[in-house]
Design a protein around this ligand. Structure first.
Ligand code: ATP
Length: 233
């Protein structure tokens, strides 16, 4: 279980997150939605140690995460798939996947994880020798997801995966997210696509101006009410 308690964080003198508290249940998909600039990405960055917390705490299964350097997060079984995919454009699809399991602890599992990546994303198998920079937006997002899964994380954090993708590809992406939410893996999903995110999630947090404005079970969310809150200033 991921527990964020009264977290404050920002950039230099600018504070963005104001006493944010949230709980992400093990094996569930929690989505964080909210308008542009609400602080969703900053929250993910703080969890990953990319933005320092000025107050509050972040813990995973009771172990404090604050202060853990980002490069050690894969030891803590936490992986983030960043907004914008960030694949290694001059490397092949397969080389990108291999990078996802590069830390020593994962190398022994490289082959079996490559196989399960290709089983989940058959198009990546077809294109395994192709340079990542020449993939379509949807394929690049699939690659970023598959690379994130190569370290078999306990907690997978996905930032805005549907950004800039065509509707059909978005459908495919949400089908994959639904499949990943198999009760084993804990997923945090930040999305602009509110209705789709709520549909695939177990729990929903709405952020507004650096604060949590709503925390609700996805099955209990009234989308109309959610949209009213979403656009409230
Ligand atoms: P979006 O949906 O547009 O990605 P978001 O909810 O993820 O928005 P953040 O990216 O966390 O929001 O941004 C929250 C606030 O922090 C914004 O006002 C933004 O301008 C500011 N901010 C983000 N990155 C930086 C940075 N590197 N330096 C200073 N301010 C930043």
């Amino acid at each position: 279980m991921l527990e964020v308690t009264n977290l404050r964080a920002g950039y230099g003198a600018i504070n963005v997150l104001w006493d944010v508290s949230l709980t992400v249940q093990k094996g569930k998909l929690t989505t964080i939605i909210g308008p542009n600039g609400a602080g969703k990405t900053t929250l993910l960055r703080a969890i990953m140690g990319l933005v320092p917390a000025s107050a509050g705490s972040i813990s995973l299964d009771g172990k404090v995460l604050n202060g853990t350097p980002t490069w050690k997060m894969s030891d803590a079984a936490v992986t983030m798939i960043p907004e914008g995919r960030m694949t290694f454009r001059d490397m092949s699809v397969e080389e990108n996947l291999i990078m996802g399991a590069f830390p020593k602890a994962h190398r022994a599992h490289m082959r079996e994880r490559l196989e399960s990546s290709y089983a989940m994303f058959p198009r990546l198998r077809e294109r395994r020798k192709q340079l990542a920079g020449s993939l379509s937006g949807g394929e690049a997002q699939m690659l970023a997801m598959a690379r994130g899964l190569m370290s078999d994380p306990q907690l997978l954090i996905v930032d805005e995966p549907s950004l800039g993708l065509a509707p059909l590809v978005v459908n495919e992406l949400f089908e994959i997210l639904a499949r990943l939410n198999d009760g084993q893996r804990t997923i945090v999903l930040v999305e602009q696509n509110t209705a789709r995110a709520v549909k695939v999630a177990d729990h929903v947090y709405l952020m507004q101006s650096g604060k949590v404005a709503l925390s609700q079970k996805a099955s209990e969310v009234d989308l109309e009410h959610l949209h009213e809150l979403y656009f409230a200033r």
